[in-house]
Design a protein around this ligand. Sequence first.
Ligand SMILES: CC(C)(COP(=O)(O)OP(=O)(O)OC[C@H]1O[C@@H](n2cnc3c(N)ncnc32)[C@H](O)[C@@H]1OP(=O)(O)O)[C@@H](O)C(=O)NCCC(=O)NCCS
Length: 137
Amino acid sequence: VEIRPYRETDVPAVLALWREVFPNAPAHNVPSDDIRRKLRVQRELFLVAVEGDALVGVAMAGYDGHRGGVYYLAVDPQRRRQGIGSALMRHAETAMAELGCPKVNIMVRTSNADVLPFYERLGYEGQDIITVGKRLE
Ligand SMILES: CC(C)(COP(=O)(O)OP(=O)(O)OC[C@H]1O[C@@H](n2cnc3c(N)ncnc32)[C@H](O)[C@@H]1OP(=O)(O)O)[C@@H](O)C(=O)NCCC(=O)NCCS
């Protein structure tokens, strides 16, 4: 499995994987819009995991000058527990560290708390933070 930056030709496979992995995503999350926006900023932090012609994972990372974040992390359900998610996270961390990013924060939906052991294995710890959000469009 190779981890590399996203290419335009990956779009159908990325959208299909996200549809499969995040079937209950809120309506305002429009993956194709997110991809279009991401290609304008730090596109090298938009990563895919590929094996031959098959796309098996994806992660969209970003660094804002203070913290880094990773969104839309998804591994093909048939290919889980083989280290692909960890490899994507480590590549994202390395790429952000190279930009000078000192820390990464990950937002996990409370409905998705089952994923927490995955992040803990990678050294992430729960924090005493409440996330607040506001839509700008
Ligand atoms: C989370 C996700 C990306 C992990 O990908 P993965 O390739 O299966 O992860 P890895 O194989 O690198 O897992 C590394 C370790 O994390 C832990 N882990 C991974 N998935 C786990 C799970 N579902 N439950 C408990 N521990 C888990 C295990 O300790 C695992 O090591 P092990 O297999 O030797 O026991 C994948 O399960 C996924 O796509 N989930 C749905 C989307 C999602 O929730 N994304 C995160 C949004 S915040």
